[in-house]
Design a protein around this ligand. Structure first.
Ligand code: PEP
Ligand code: MG
Length: 612
């Protein structure tokens, strides 16, 4: 008997049962369930206020030391994980490590200990208070869209570090995955990111949990580790026992309990197909991004945090096409000075070993925010509509010292390898001109001081991410040495649909012909003025859209590193004539869905033709 159900709890019964959860990491697996339970720490008495603060402080200190050592051991394990798995875990461990240091969390816990609280209670109440603050900051509107996702993640980080401290205070051990048999499917009510870091992807076939969601750290980690995973599969634990057989489809979110012989055979075919697909994508790494008609494209990677570097190296990307330098400012309490910035850029440039790195000066404003800049009194002004306010180059030109420091740091690092400098949110030639003068002045000043910087200065280019910049691209390209089309913002500003707002998500469509016409204008301007043009919005990660963009005249793309192999495969299958034909039709289309249908039909004719 086959049933498809969502999350009711009934007692286990024989026969095939299908449940649906949230697919978070693609791939199919078949294996026996291994259920992992965490031993519960004893209940915490939060009402006590008669404890000896010195004694509780000593206990807290010991728990922090133990937690730090555990995190260090997790960190040491990073080298054993696949390179792309190191990215998410490394940055998360860094967040935990900072929380255990002289942080707001530590200060809050210690203040509670001063009132005679038990250390466990102080930790639990303080981490809960900080999590609640993140989720609904008093006096401010509750975060929405991407901000809400970030707030949930941050709240989860506080709770997680709190649980670790409580475990160490009460001597409650963590569950261990070492006894799980090879090839088993790990099933748990919930999986913390630190648990996911302990999973050996060569031993665990898949992961299924009852709780969790697709945007949390755990999901990101499982994706990075390449383990098929389905989270939020409600009702699973009530239906299975140890060694119940499962099929897990991390692409559709389906979990099949006690699969029939026929279902198991079909799953085995899919497991083999998935393995072949990964192998084929792996082989593409060293092949050129050459169309079937012979033209060669450049595929590069976007970098948001330095920890992504190993994944970029593994992807076969030909350099970094967009280094979003916002990371320098995001988790910092003070502005990074010239030396600190150089120390961060230089190793990135060196690591790319001669492949170019395009560093974008900070694009602060709109939905991006930073404590360091706010504390330095650099606000974006308009609360009314921040996306249309002081953002990117507009803000930097008002705060010249910030721009000069960043230019100087980039110029110093540029002796380590080829670098390009990119200006965000340009909407007029005057902005470019002013920024260019500042750039030249910073260069002259460094030379006068005897600092070694490249001569001539590295190319200075602009993002084309406002309709104004696209429409003026021919004028801008006279002074900009390269153009980088940012379709994320270009789509938002062209269609007047916020990129982060769910209620207008249906209107936000980078395949809308209005956006494509602007992409065409920018590509044409670059071609006429002999300026390199790249495209670095999310659209560049879409193997279905890239042939169309090639047809519109774009020859260089920068995308999330994990997308490079799939985009390369699409490119190697496509022919220039087809790309141009699709571009002509798309520019005349009435709307995005019409363009999308045409692209999907073309992609279907090419399926897997680019593997070889
Ligand atoms: C873009 O707008 O397309 C872009 C690449 O910049 P960001 O996503 O950082 O705004
Ligand atoms: Mg942008």
């Amino acid at each position: 008997m086959k049933t498809t159900e969502r999350g009711t709890s009934r007692s286990p019964r024989p026969g095939e049962v299908r449940l649906e959860g949230q697919p978070v990491s693609s791939g199919v697996a078949i294996g026996y369930a291994a259920i992992a339970h965490d031993p519960e720490p004893p209940p915490i008495d939060t009402a006590r206020h008669d404890c000896d603060p010195a004694h509780e402080r000593a206990r807290l200190h010991e728990a922090i030391t133990r937690s730090t050592a555990q995190l260090r051991r997790l960190h040491d394990r990073l080298a054993l994980l696949p390179e792309d798995g190191q990215v998410e875990i490394g940055s998360l461990l860094e967040v935990y490590r900072r929380m255990l240091g002289p942080s707001r969390l530590r200060r809050g816990i210690e203040a509670r200990l001063g009132h005679g609280m038990l250390a466990e209670a102080a930790v639990q109440l303080e981490t809960e208070a900080l999590a609640a603050f993140m989720l609904s900051p008093p006096g401010r509107p509750a975060p929405e869209g991407e901000d809400a996702v970030a707030a949930r993640r941050r709240a989860g980080e506080f709770r997680e570090i709190g649980r670790r401290l409580v475990r160490n205070l009460s001597g409650t051990p963590y569950r261990s995955f070492s006894t799980i048999p090879d090839g088993a499917i790990l099933v748990a009510e919930q999986l913390r990111p630190a648990d996911a870091a302990l999973i050996d992807p060569s031993r665990i076939a898949a992961v299924v949990t009852e709780e969790g969601g697709s945007t949390g750290h755990t999901a990101i980690l499982l994706r990075a580790l390449g383990i098929p995973a389905v989270l939020a599969t409600h009702g699973l634990l009530a239906r299975i026992g140890r060694r119940t057989r499962l099929v897990v489809d991390g692409t559709t979110g389906q979990v099949i309990i006690r699969p029939s012989t026929r279902t198991a055979a079909a799953a085995r075919v899919e497991v083999a197909a998935y393995a072949r697909e990964r192998q084929a994508l792996g082989r593409l790494r060293r092949l050129p991004a050459r169309l079937s008609s012979g033209e060669v494209l450049t595929l590069q990677a976007n970098l948001e945090i330095p920890a992504e570097l190993p994944m970029i190296a593994q992807s076969g990307a030909a350099g970094i096409g967009l280094l979003r330098s916002e990371f320098l400012f995001m988790n910092a309490e003070t502005l990074p000075d010239e030396a600190r910035q150089e120390a961060l850029y230089r190793p990135l440039v060196e690591a790319m070993a001669g492949d170019p790195v395009t560093i974008r000066v900070v694009d602060w404003g709109s939905e991006k925010n930073s404590d360091a800049l706010t504390q330095a009194g650099i606000g974006t002004g308009s609360d009314v509509n921040p996306a249309l306010g002081l953002r990117g180059i507009r803000l930097l030109l008002r705060h010249r010292a910030l721009l000069e420091t960043q230019f100087a740091a980039i110029l110093r690092a540029a002796t380590a390898g080829p670098v390009r400098v990119l200006l965000p949110m340009v909407s007029s030639p005057a902005e470019l001109h002013e920024a260019r003068e500042t750039y030249a002045r910073v260069g002259r000043r460094l030379r006068r001081r005897g600092v070694d910087i490249p001569d001539p200065l590295p190319p200075l280019g602009i993002m084309i991410e406002t309709p104004a910049a696209a429409l003026m691209a021919d004028v801008l390209a006279q002074e900009a040495e390269f153009l980088a089309i940012g379709t994320n913002d270009l789509t938002m500003y062209t269609l007047a649909a916020d990129r982060a707002a769910t209620d207008v998500a249906g209107l936000y469509d980078p395949l809308h012909p209005a956006v494509l016409r602007l992409v065409r204008l920018a590509a044409d301007a670059g071609l006429r003025q002999r300026r390199p043009v790249s495209l670095c919005g999310e659209m560049a990660s879409d193997p279905v859209a890239v042939p169309l963009l090639v047809g519109l005249g774009v020859r260089s793309f920068s995308m999330h590193a994990s997308a490079v192999p799939r985009v390369k495969r699409a490119v190697r299958a496509a022919a220039m004539d087809d790309c141009r034909r699709m571009a002509c039709r798309a520019l005349e289309a009435a709307d995005g869905p019409e363009v999308s249908a045409m692209l999907l039909a073309y992609a279907a004719t090419l399926r897997h033709a680019g593997d070889g």
